[in-house]
Ligand binder design. Structure first.
Ligand code: BDR
Ligand code: CA
Length: 312
């Protein structure tokens, strides 16, 4: 199986991404989880990550808490989407597992340096602070990584945090800029892509009906999460952003993709945090990013249903 580290700020959609990955052990080995301040403050995202691994019956997956705030700016959170806890909607028990004592940034540096070159993939599902800090601390990790697969950004859809910027990139634009500019191979599941796989109430009914506890609690999380977005989606269906990262790792062929030069705006007051995608290659700059543009939703949701319901 492909070895991945999931860097995350759970978040209901983060929980889906993690459960989807943990339900796919033949293809993906989640060697560790790192947490970051994002949707809610770090203390909550860390606790939530522990709740999710315990829900999956995988308390053996180490969870390392990372940076509480972005590299330069102040933390902006999104309780208006995810609720006060970050995981509103499901009543998950207080975790009994402890966080690891090693800081997430140290863990990333150590683990990536110890692994064979080209082996590890880091998946970021929140602000990219931890990975950018790790690259700052030990630049040699860039050459050792196989790939970074991230949920963040967008181009044709504009932004969801500002007219130009998607939330994860907007919260820590400097971190995203550092990673995109580093030379590491990047695959970006931005909102152009995530808005093409909308989760329907009918699918959630099917997920719940599988009866596995993980599936039922995931559906409960989604019921809360679905309340947000009535101002932009005409149907009750909603994107499940971060899960698109896991879907890509498992089934890249169901994604439309294009290699592009992508950079992140870190200077303009109106567009800071925008991922500027050179879709038509007009700059001639090196194509540093595999931009995911569209998902075939049917196989995506079939696979996610199968994998989350395979958990206890
Ligand atoms: C992203 O922002 C967060 O609120 C979600 O968890 C997802 O990672 C979507 O813009
Ligand atoms: Ca997230």
């Amino acid at each position: 199986p492909r070895k991945i580290i999931i860097d995350t700020d759970p978040g209901q959609d983060d929980a889906f991404a993690i459960l989807f990955a943990l339900g796919s052990p033949a293809e993906l080995e989640v060697i560790g989880i790192t947490t970051v301040g994002g949707n809610v403050p770090l203390a909550l995202t860390s606790k939530n990550a522990l709740k999710v691994v315990e829900l999956a019956g995988r308390a053996d997956v180490p969870v390392h808490a990372g940076c509480p705030a972005p590299m330069v700016r102040k933390l902006i959170t999104a309780e208006y989407v995810h609720g006060e806890t970050g995981l509103d909607g499901a009543d998950l028990p207080e975790p009994v597992t402890q966080l690891q004592s090693e800081h997430a940034v140290n863990y990333l540096v150590r683990t990536i340096m110890e692994a064979p070159e080209g082996e590890l993939t880091v998946c970021t599902l929140g602000p990219m602070t931890n990975l950018a800090m790790a690259m700052t601390m030990e630049p040699r990790i860039v050459r050792r990584l196989r790939e970074v697969v991230l949920m963040g950004g967008g181009f044709f859809q504009g932004g969801n945090a500002t007219p130009a910027a998607e939330f994860n990139i907007f919260v820590d634009p400097h971190a995203a800029h550092k990673v995109f500019d580093s030379g590491v191979p990047v695959t970006m599941a931005g909102i152009d892509c995530t808005y093409t796989a909308l989760m329907t109430p009918e699918w959630l009914d099917r997920l719940r009906a599988t009866g596995s506890r993980a599936a039922v609690e995931a559906a409960n999380l989604a019921d809360f999460y679905r309340q947000y977005g009535t101002h932009k989606f005409e149907t009750p269906a909603r994107p499940i952003h971060d899960a698109c990262v896991t879907g890509y790792l498992l089934a890249p062929h169901i994604y439309e993709q294009r290699q592009c030069a992508v950079t992140v705006d870190i200077v303009s007051p109106e567009t800071i945090g925008m991922t500027v995608v050179d879709w038509w290659h007009v700059t001639g700059r090196a194509r540093n990013c595999n931009v995911l543009r569209r998902i075939d939703p049917a196989p995506f949701f079939e696979l996610m249903l199968e994998r989350i319901s395979a958990l206890p």
